[in-house]
Ligand binder design. Structure first.
Ligand code: PXP
Length: 250
C-alpha cells in the first residue's frame, strides 16, 4: 500500500467567503468546496479534510453536510475541542475527526494540540467520539511526550505538525526532520497510526521520505494554490505522483 493523501479543501471555501460571506444564499456563490472535493477524488485523493472553525471563516456547516452527503470518500473533520464542535461532529458523523487547537487570532492552525496539559478534556472527547464510531486523530507537535500521551489516551492516530519543517531553512531542516523521525518512531512503537500535515508542498514533500512509518499526509494550501493553475484534479494527481515515492514499510 502506498502513502495516503488527505486533501484539505478549506481554502476553496476561503475564496468563496471572500466575496459571499454576507450573501450565503446567492446563486453566484462560488467556488464550491463540495465540487472541489469531487475533483480531488478524481485526482486520487484518499480522503477529504475540512475544518469547521468556531468563527466560520471558511467552511460552513452546510458545506460539511453537503460534502458528507455527496462525496463517497472518508471524511476527516478537523475540530477544536469545544462543545459546539463536538455536537457538529456527532451530527455529521465523519469517519475521522482530528482534534486541533483553535484560537480566533491565528491565520491557520499554528501549533499542535497540547495533549499533555489538556489530557483530561482530550481524553473525554476521544472516548465520546469512539463511542459513536468516529476514529480520532490528534494534531500534535512532533514531541515524544505528546505522542506518548496521545497513545495513552487511546487515540487511533496522531497527525504530526509539519509547520516548523515547512518553514525551515536549509540550516534547520535537518533538525526538523530529526524531530519528526523520533516522534514517528515513538508513535509506531506505541501502535498508533502516524500521519503528517501542515505546510507540506510540492517542493518539500519528498524530504519527508526521511521520516519513517507515516501513513497519510494532509495537504491543503499548496494543492489549492496549484489547482488555480492546473485544476484540482491535476493538482491532486501531481501530489499523488510525488508521494508515491514514499518508502512505505509493511
Ligand atoms: N492538518 C491540520 C490539522 C491543519 O489544521 C491544516 C491546515 O488547515 C492542514 C493539515 C493543512 O495544512 P496546509 O494547508 O498548510 O497544507
Amino acid at each position: 500500500m502506498s502513502l495516503l493523501l488527505g486533501v484539505n479543501v478549506d481554502h476553496v471555501a476561503t475564496l468563496r467567503q471572500a466575496r459571499y460571506a454576507l450573501l450565503p444564499d446567492s446563486p453566484n456563490a462560488e467556488p464550491c468546496p463540495c465540487v472541489a472535493s469531487a475533483d480531488a477524488l478524481l485526482g486520487g485523493a484518499d480522503s477529504i479534510t475540512i475544518h469547521v472553525r468556531g468563527d466560520r471563516r471558511h467552511m460552513q456547516e452546510r458545506d460539511a453536510f453537503l460534502i458528507r452527503e455527496k462525496i463517497a470518500a472518508p471524511l476527516n473533520l478537523e475540530m477544536g475541542v469545544t462543545e459546539e464542535m463536538i455536537a457538529i461532529a456527532l451530527k455529521l458523523r465523519p469517519e475521522f475527526v482530528c482534534l486541533v487547537p483553535e484560537t480566533r487570532e491565528e491565520v491557520t492552525t499554528e501549533g499542535g494540540l497540547d495533549v499533555v496539559s489538556r489530557r483530561r478534556e482530550v481524553g473525554d472527547c476521544i472516548r465520546l467520539m469512539q463511542k459513536n464510531g468516529i476514529k480520532v486523530s490528534l494534531f500534535i507537535d512532533p514531541e515524544v511526550e505528546q505522542v506518548k500521551v496521545a497513545a495513552e489516551l487511546g487515540a487511533e492516530m496522531v497527525e504530526l505538525h509539519t509547520g516548523c519543517f515547512g518553514n525551515a531553512t536549509t540550516q534547520t531542516v535537518g533538525a526538523e526532520l530529526e524531530r519528526l523521525r523520533e516522534a514517528a518512531l515513538v508513535g509506531h512503537q506505541a501502535g498508533i497510526q502516524v500521519n503528517a500535515g501542515h505546510g507540506i508542498n510540492y517542493e518539500n514533500v519528498r524530504l519527508l521520505e526521511a521520516v519513517p512509518h507515516l501513513t497519510e499526509y494532509n495537504i491543503g494550501h499548496s494543492i489549492v494554490a496549484r489547482a488555480m493553475r492546473v485544476g484540482m484534479t491535476q493538482a491532486v494527481r501531481e501530489m499523488k505522483a510525488l508521494i508515491s515515492h514514499y518508502p512505505v514499510v509493511k
